[in-house]
Design a protein around this ligand. Structure first.
Ligand SMILES: Cc1ncc(COP(=O)(O)O)c(C=O)c1O
Length: 346
């Protein structure tokens, strides 16, 4: 007997970004924040009494819900804590999709969506992404679950919140807005969760808050949706250490803003310098840029960077074969990247 379900046998799993073992590399390939988390996070972890570790964690992560509600001006009951933003995506696919209930999204986007659809055995309705037309197409499809990544990965662009509101109003299914990168953007869609009972906003602590290593994300929606998603999540999907760390991080908004500003400044500098060197670079609302290599094959440039211990991301996917995705690093890391690219492209 085959051990795995047919879909598992046939599907390809998600490919995480490469994590090099050596420390002395310039790592600009997985959209991590180049700066450390707030010192309050380390303090919060250090101050955890061992007794707290002996017991199961808060089932709904209430300490984090209270902290996030204070900071974001919403109510704790409108927040679902998750084991990274990816856990919220898994929960949503499990809650809203099955063989008769498809998911719809525009490509290119976050490569985990098709993997989760395959795991769930639901049909994937993929439309071609273009900033204007794809929302109309998604509205006409009106799938049980529509996912919009905003700002989008890997294209870095941002769909206006008004356009998302218009989409939410047309859909009879759920609209999941993946805001993993929104800390680096000019606007966000939290306010839509007041006005629309079908909107879920995803947030991640991995990017703006420099906490990719602890795995914490959360969803924001009206109570009726949060209560339903609570039934689907693992009983203890967030642990005591990460609840304490994430709560301390979100309370330190001054530190978040300082780091975001540094990254946004470097994003502008890197974009301008690359354009001067002849690369095509779209405007970005994220902590990375997507650049088209005009004079050379993108995979060759990627390989030449690896030889110099500089890691960026290359996707051998339709529409992305001629591009590189580059995470914004520290000024020093970005200088090393620019110097290497000058050598490579001449
Ligand atoms: C678009 C997008 N959504 C969600 C996530 C999930 O982030 P995490 O699980 O680290 O919170 C990522 C991670 O890279 C992402 O790129």
């Amino acid at each position: 007997m085959a051990y795995f379900r047919d879909t598992i046998e046939q599907m390809a799993g998600y490919t995480p970004g490469f994590q090099p073992k050596q420390a002395d590399v310039v790592k600009l390939n997985t959209n991590e924040n180049p700066y450390p988390p707030s010192s309050r996070v380390v303090e919060a972890i250090r101050n955890l009494p061992p007794e707290k570790l002996r017991k199961y964690p808060e089932a709904a992560g209430d300490s984090f819900r209270n902290a996030a509600a204070d900071v974001l001006g919403i109510r704790p009951e409108n927040i679902l804590c998750t084991n990274g933003g990816d856990d919220l995506l898994t929960i949503c696919f499990r809650a809203f999709c099955d063989a008769g209930r498809p998911v719809a999204y525009a490509q290119p986007t976050y490569s985990l969506y098709p993997v989760l659809a395959n795991l769930q055995g639901c049909e994937r309705i993929e439309v071609k992404r273009d900033p204007k037309g794809s929302l109309d197409k998604l509205a006409r499809i009106d799938a049980p679950l529509t996912v919009i990544c905003n700002p989008n990965a890997p294209t870095c662009d941002f769909i206006s919140v008004d356009a998302l509101a218009a989409l939410a109003a047309k859909l009879t299914g759920v609209l999941l807005i993946d805001e993993a990168y929104v800390d680096f953007a000019d606007d966000n869609a939290i306010r839509l969760t007041n006005d629309y009972n079908n909107v879920i906003v995803l947030r991640s602590m991995s990017k703006g808050y420099s906490l990719a290593g602890i795995r914490f994300g959360f969803g924001i929606a009206q109570k009726m949706l949060i209560d339903g998603l609570m039934k689907v999540k693992d009983s203890y999907n967030v642990d005591t250490v990460s609840i304490a760390a994430a709560a301390a991080a979100i309370r330190d908004q001054a530190y978040l803003k300082e780091n975001v500003q540094k990254i946004v400044n470097e994003r502008t500098r890197l974009t301008e310098q690359l354009r001067t060197m002849g690369f095509e670079v779209g405007d970005s609302q994220t902590n990375f840029i997507l650049t088209r290599c005009v004079t050379q094959n993108a995979k060759d440039v990627f390989d030449a960077l690896v030889q110099r211990n500089i890691y960026v991301r290359y996707f051998a996917l339709p529409g992305l074969e001629d591009k590189l995705r580059i995470t914004i690093g520290t000024p020093q890391q970005n200088d090393l990247l620019l110097d290497a690219l000058k050598e490579i492209v001449g």
